[in-house]
Write a new protein. Structure first.
Length: 224
């Protein structure tokens, strides 16, 4: 069995889940489904609308940090998004955008580490051999950006979509995602400080890019 074919559905599941998670990060301050906007310290008032850019990215990560304290919340929110056709369609649209693919390439290294941990967890259940096979295919897949297109195509398969839902319902996956999104420092635990700052900068850049997409869409909605 071709290892690439073995791993491609798994990559599709992880890519889609990652897109949904990054989407949550970029709009956490805008109260997407499943999120409660954090109240200000005084009087429980709602915070002022954030400025575009780093502020939005920081607010988004803060929202994810709150979710990370309760892995079941991440599981519930992501499962809810998976049931939302609009959210899935938006994730697919993001995957097709060349500029998004370029941003994803920038964080390919940290994503490899996160996926390696998930693949290892899966391997603990299915056997070390499967984990090694999956990691070998993962290494090749991440070196070829065109595999995003393959992952997107795989998402057209109802069986793969069902596997995504199954993955999101897995408590161990929810716990792993909670650990990964708690902070950029936790995501790169064990790596150098310079790399931590580099990832934080890249994650802010990715969130900023998605914020700009939101602003452009809002402008188009106003003009239509």
């Amino acid at each position: 069995k071709d290892p690439a074919n073995y791993f491609r559905p798994m990559m599709a599941r992880i890519v889609l889940a990652t897109c949904l998670l990054l989407r949550l990060s970029s709009v956490a301050a805008q109260v997407p489904r499943g999120f409660a906007r954090p109240a200000a310290a005084s009087g429980g008032a709602q915070p002022a609308a954030p400025e575009a850019g780093v502020t939005n990215a920081k607010l988004g990560m803060a929202g994810l940090q709150q979710l990370a304290k309760d892995p079941a919340s991440i599981q519930k929110v992501m499962a809810s998004l998976m049931e939302d056709p609009d959210a899935v369609a938006e994730a697919k649209k993001m995957m097709q955008d060349p500029s998004f693919q370029r941003e994803m390439e920038k964080i390919a290294g940290p994503m490899k580490q996160a996926m390696r941990q998930f693949a290892g967890a899966q391997g603990a259940q299915a056997g070390a051999q499967n984990a090694q096979l999956g990691m070998a295919a993962l290494s090749r897949a991440m070196q070829d950006p065109s595999n995003l297109a393959a992952a997107l195509k795989a998402m057209e398969d109802p069986a793969t979509v069902a596997e995504v839902r199954k993955m999101l319902a897995n408590p161990s996956f929810a716990a792993m995602m909670g650990q990964q999104v708690g902070s950029a420092k936790e995501l790169l635990k064990g790596l150098g400080g310079d790399q931590n700052e580099a990832l934080a900068s890249r994650m802010r850049g990715l969130a900023d890019w998605m914020n700009k997409q939101d602003e452009q869409q809002q402008l188009r909605d106003m003009l239509n």
